[in-house]
Design a protein around this ligand. Structure first.
Ligand SMILES: [Fe+2]
Length: 350
C-alpha cells in the first residue's frame, strides 16, 4: 500500500474515532512498532486538526528467560509501558491514544482508559486493515450482540465433535466487550479492525468439555487444529487436555508458562465480521499479523484462557489463548446466537 493510501485510510479511521480540533492525540510506539504506521497516524491526526505527539518507548526491562515466548501476539500484559510511570501519566491526559505497542490485557491500559482516554490498538498489516475496515452496520450488529450478552445468565457452546460446555454469566457480563474497529467514546478501547463481541464468565462457574476439531484455530500458534483435542473444564479451570499430537502440543505450551492462572477460562463470544477470513492465516508470515481474521470471522465461536483484568478481575497472567471454533454453536439462555457457524438473530446478521 502506498504512503498516500495508508495516510488516507488512517485519516478515515481517525475520523470514525471523532479525532479533530481541540483534541490531543498520542501515538504510542515501541521497538516493534511499524515506523510507517507511526508516521501515517501522526500525519492523519494532524490533517484532522488534532494536537498530536508520538511517544516512543524503549523495550521494558524484563527478563526474557521468565517467559516461554515473546512472539507477536503470544505475550500479553507486559509491554514497554510496564512500570513506566511518566509514560502512563502522560497518556492519561490525552483524548485519543493510538496504540501501536499492544497494551491489551495490561493494567496500564486499564488505568489510561479510566482516565478517560479512548484507546485504539493497531497491529495488522495494511491489506488486512483495508479489507476489514469498519463497515456500515458492524457497530449496530455488535451492539445488538452486546445487549443480549448483558442480560444473559447462561452461555452454552456446542459443536458436532462433541463440545458441550456451559458458562454462568453475571459477574462481569453487564459490560460486554464490543469490538467494531473504532472508538469514539471517552475511556473506550477497540482494536482496528474486526467486529465481534464477548464477555467474561463468572469466576469458577464454567463446566463441561470442549472438543476442538480440524479447522479450529489456536492463537498464539496462529495455526489450525488438525486432530481433535478434548479440553475438560471443571469449575472454571482446565483440568485436562487430551488427544493426539495437537493436544500434546497445546498441553506442552500451557505447561511452559509455569503459571496456574494460564488454565483459567477467560473471555467467550462470537465473530460478526463478514470480511474476516477463516483461513487468512495460511497467507501471512506469523510475525507480521496478530490474527483479527481468525478472531472475528463471521459465525465463529471464540473462547479463551488466562487474564481477566480487562473487566476488573485480578489475574494478570501473560499466558493467553484465543481459540476460534468454526461451525460451532453458541446459545444464550437456550437461544441460539450462532448455530453450526451461522449467525441466527436477525439484528446481528450481515
Ligand atoms: Fe483474547
Amino acid at each position: 500500500m502506498s504512503a498516500i493510501d495508508l495516510l488516507d485510510m488512517f485519516q478515515r479511521e481517525l475520523a470514525l474515532c471523532k479525532v479533530g480540533p481541540g483534541q490531543v492525540m498520542a501515538v504510542l510506539t515501541g521497538p516493534n512498532s511499524r515506523a510507517d504506521y507511526a508516521a501515517a497516524f501522526v500525519a492523519a491526526g494532524q490533517r484532522l486538526g488534532a494536537e498530536v505527539f508520538r511517544l516512543d518507548l524503549p523495550p521494558a526491562a524484563q527478563d526474557a528467560s521468565q517467559t516461554p515466548t515473546t512472539a507477536q501476539g503470544a505475550l500479553w500484559g507486559r509491554t514497554p509501558l510496564t512500570g513506566h510511570r511518566s509514560g502512563v501519566e502522560m497518556l492519561k491526559r490525552v483524548d485519543m491514544l493510538v496504540d501501536l505497542v499492544g497494551l491489551l490485557h495490561s493494567p496500564e491500559q486499564v488505568e489510561i482508559q479510566r482516565a478517560g482516554a479512548r484507546v485504539l490498538m493497531v497491529v495488522e498489516p495494511p491489506e488486512i486493515l483495508a479489507r476489514m475496515f469498519p463497515r456500515e452496520g458492524n457497530r449496530e450488529r455488535v451492539e445488538a450482540g452486546g445487549r443480549r450478552l448483558a442480560r444473559a445468565k447462561q452461555l452454552r457452546i456446542t459443536n458436532r465433535a462433541g463440545t458441550d460446555l456451559t458458562y454462568q454469566l453475571g459477574q462481569y457480563s453487564k459490560t460486554p466487550i464490543l469490538q467494531y474497529g473504532y472508538t469514539d467514546q471517552p475511556g473506550r478501547w477497540d482494536h482496528f479492525p474486526g467486529a465481534f463481541v464477548y464477555t467474561w464468565p463468572n469466576e469458577g462457574q464454567s463446566n463441561g468439555t470442549i472438543v476442538l476439531a480440524p479447522g479450529d484455530i489456536i492463537f498464539p500458534f496462529k495455526d489450525f487444529v488438525r486432530s481433535e483435542i478434548r479440553v475438560n473444564v471443571v469449575d472454571g479451570w482446565i483440568k485436562s487436555i487430551e488427544g493426539g499430537f495437537d493436544a500434546e502440543h497445546l498441553r506442552h505450551f500451557m505447561a511452559s508458562w509455569n503459571d496456574p492462572d494460564a488454565y483459567a477460562m477467560a473471555h467467550i463470544g462470537w465473530g460478526l465480521d463478514k470480511m474476516g477470513l477463516w483461513n487468512s492465516l495460511s497467507l501471512f508470515n506469523k510475525e507480521s499479523y496478530i490474527g483479527q481474521d481468525g478472531r472475528a470471522f463471521y459465525g465463529n465461536v471464540l473462547w479463551s484462557t488466562g487474564p481477566n483484568t480487562d473487566v476488573g478481575g485480578s489475574r494478570t497472567t501473560p499466558a493467553h489463548l484465543d481459540i476460534a471454533m468454526k461451525g460451532a454453536s453458541l446459545f444464550l439462555d437456550g437461544e441460539p446466537m450462532v448455530l453450526d457457524g451461522e449467525v441466527i438473530p436477525e439484528d446481528m446478521r450481515a
